[in-house]
Ligand binder design. Structure first.
Ligand SMILES: Nc1ncnc2c1ncn2[C@@H]1O[C@H](COP(=O)(O)OP(=O)(O)O)[C@@H](O)[C@H]1O
Ligand SMILES: [Mg+2]
Length: 339
């Protein structure tokens, strides 16, 4: 196949995207595919750019992004459609996180260009990126979620309807950026301001103590459940991207009924948002044994050691095969993509 890996993005997760893209490129080339790399900010990478950009290590904290934004806007409106490496590809493999790349805008542009791309379509991507809307659809589909309010939120309402602590987070972000655990009314306003730096829409969500579980979905099949045990109280940016800062167990040690229930809920959540191709659905399991869905990730991390690749490996699917299968599941709403 002729594959273009679309990566980079004008977001705090740019380095994370490059780290995944480097490994996807290597895996797909090892399978004999012709692979080029396109950054949504700088365009087609030359063979000399590739190693320089793709090997950038992910730091302890997300980078700032303001100046990348305008260049990405130009690339999406006027650049991508002019690249024969994009228009002539059999498949575009999307490896971006947050922003236009995960949130449906890139997908809409690619629908117009009419080349198949991996993962979810434009509408589903936008729904999954918006945690407020996603939670409403999960709840309507019978997938339990933690209670929440959108800011501005009165402390009295938290006390009566949610209880403390709450997690304050931007509604449309990822990689745990802008999140604060708020233990009482005094911390609420400051936490909302922190989150607002990332998104005008902020939510205060019931904190669910207990275990962190994740379920990958590949095609129409849920993968084995994984458990994440971060070294910090929250699975924050540093724990997500620093080796050794979290233990990840695939398959999770759970009784089989509970594991099957989580897999069914993951598939229900995937379908509730009309996701396509693959996704990773994250859960909390309270000490009382209640399951709560936190979110669905339409473009989950894709380094070899990321959670979805670990889940696939637990199902006997090695990384290069996973990348190939994701390519085979690609579609385009202008052609074969269904609901
Ligand atoms: N309501 C919650 N209760 C307990 N932990 C939470 C809650 N919300 C978020 N977290 C912690 O923060 C992490 C990131 O939150 P999440 O909502 O998945 O945002 P992101 O899109 O940034 O990954 C979760 O994996 C979990 O460890
Ligand atoms: Mg998450």
């Amino acid at each position: 196949m002729r594959i273009a890996v679309i990566t980079g993005g004008a977001t705090a997760e740019r380095a994370v995207a490059f780290a995944g893209a480097a490994q996807i490129v290597e895996a797909l080339r090892s399978r004999g595919h012709t692979v080029r790399v396109v950054d949504t900010v700088t365009g087609l990478l030359s063979p000399t750019d590739e190693p320089r950009l793709l090997t950038t290590a992910v730091g302890r904290e997300p980078p700032t992004v303001a100046e990348l934004d305008e260049r990405e806007r130009a690339m999406l409106s006027n650049g991508l459609a002019r690249l024969t490496e994009v228009t002539g590809a059999d498949v575009l493999f999307l490896c971006l996180h947050a922003g236009r790349g995960e949130g449906g805008i890139l997908q809409a542009v690619l629908d117009v260009i009419a080349v198949p791309y991996t993962g979810s379509g434009a509408l589903a991507s936008a729904l999954a990126m918006d945690k407020d809307l996603a939670k409403r659809l999960f709840r309507a589909a019978g997938v339990p979620v933690p209670g929440w309010f959108m800011a501005p939120v009165a402390p009295e309402d938290v006390t009566t309807a949610l209880g403390w602590p709450v997690i304050v987070k931007p509604s449309k972000m990822g990689s745990s950026v802008g999140m604060t655990l708020v233990r009482n009314a005094e911390g609420l306003d400051a936490a909302v301001e922190v989150a607002r730096a990332y998104d005008a829409e902020v939510m205060a969500e019931q904190f669910i103590p207990g275990r962190e579980l994740t379920v990958g979905v590949l095609g129409d099949v849920p993968l084995p459940v994984g458990e994440i045990i971060p070294k910090h109280e929250l699975f924050d940016y540093e724990c997500k991207y620093t080796p050794g800062m979290s233990d990840e167990i695939f398959p999770a040690k759970l009784d089989t009924t509970l594991a099957r229930q989580l897999q069914e809920l993951a598939l229900t959540a995937h379908r509730a948002l009309k996701l396509g191709g693959y996704s990773r659905v994250d859960f909390r399991l309270s000490p009382e044994g209640d399951i709560f869905c936190l979110e669905a990730n339409t473009l989950p991390g894709m380094t070899r050691t990321s959670l979805l690749p670990q889940a696939a490996r637990a199902a006997g699917i090695e990384f290069p095969e996973l990348c190939e299968r994701i390519c085979r599941l690609a579609g385009n709403s202008g052609s074969a993509r269904g609901g």
